[in-house]
Ligand binder design. Sequence first.
Ligand SMILES: [Zn+2]
Length: 132
Amino acid sequence: MYELKISSMFSSAHNLRGYNGKCENIHGHNWQIEVVVCAELLNGIGIAVDFKILKNYLKLIMEKLDHKYINELAYFENINPSAENIAKYIFKEFNILLQSDRENQNEAQNSNVKVKKVNVYETPTSMASYYE
Ligand SMILES: [Zn+2]
């Protein structure tokens, strides 16, 4: 297996509903995101998928989150925007982008490329992951 990792960050506000403590109040983070994809096969020039394509997917997702109050996004209306749930959201969104490019026969199709794990750092020392 091959594994590729890309990272990015965004700044946004959230609050944790039902949390008994100061995180119940609206506050902000500089979220650091890592997306790990895996692939069993390489293409003819020895790459699993172009980093440029992966970075573009992540950029599209970051644009939905950057400088937002995450609680107000439709996905988080009934789901608490914890680092755990943000990781799951990014995992799902990234898979949708991989899938739709595959249907468009784009270069990223490399049908063996899958999202393996998403890491979300709320602070440099606190990270939550989501994988399936
Ligand atoms: Zn927080």
